[in-house]
Ligand binder design. Sequence first.
Ligand code: ATP
Ligand code: MG
Length: 224
Amino acid sequence: MIHLENAQFAWPNEHAVIEIKNFSINKGEKVFLKGSSGSGKTTLLSLITGIQTVQSGLLVVRGLELKKLKPHKRDLFRGDHIGYIFQQFNLLPWLSVEDNILAPILFSKVKRQKENGHHHEKVAELLNELSLDVDIKKQARNLSIGQQQRVAVARALIGNPEIIIADEPTSALDGDRRNDFMNLLFSECEKRDSTLLVVSHDSTIASRFNRVEELENINGGFHV
Ligand SMILES: Nc1ncnc2c1ncn2[C@@H]1O[C@H](COP(=O)(O)OP(=O)(O)OP(=O)(O)O)[C@@H](O)[C@H]1O
Ligand SMILES: [Mg+2]
């Protein structure tokens, strides 16, 4: 589902932050990628989701070499097939909780069809499973950080994407909320056999994954 080979990326005027010789994630696999702050986790996710593109080497997601697609095609690809929980959440602050969660199905016919007209029920279901008891008409900017993170999680799961990518998804959650989140994440993934990649330095959630990798072990492979 995700394959990198000799993939390299450097931010402008910097040394390469990503140099991955070989790394793959199979369909339906649930992978936890650990790495220290500044090691390139968010950068790697921005490549896999097509926000950035590799400068050399191969990065294939769902059979497509992303750097060969035009930027708007990469945006469509991400919108249709990926649920991305951003490290900074990236909610639209002036929109309500409900409109933030529904935004992906507004922009993607693929996700809309998968919800099959039941998207309002799905919003209620996701919020319930995440123990997020807020007025769905409330603006996102007026939520606590932990509440915003759960809205970001619900937004990533709506439309049942085949690939779920999460960047430090539990950073603002306490122990109980963290368990709710992990239960929901794994039950949603299992329903659809979704492929899951979570990057974090929170090792407490690692035990539920099929595979745990250290970014340091797969990155920088060009020099060993
Ligand atoms: N937009 C950017 N422009 C220039 N350099 C960047 C940019 N984003 C990240 N970097 C640099 O790339 C390196 C990796 O950053 P990245 O955000 O991928 O790390 P991370 O592993 O996600 O860290 P954290 O755990 O703190 O979120 C850092 O040295 C950072 O300064
Ligand atoms: Mg990061």
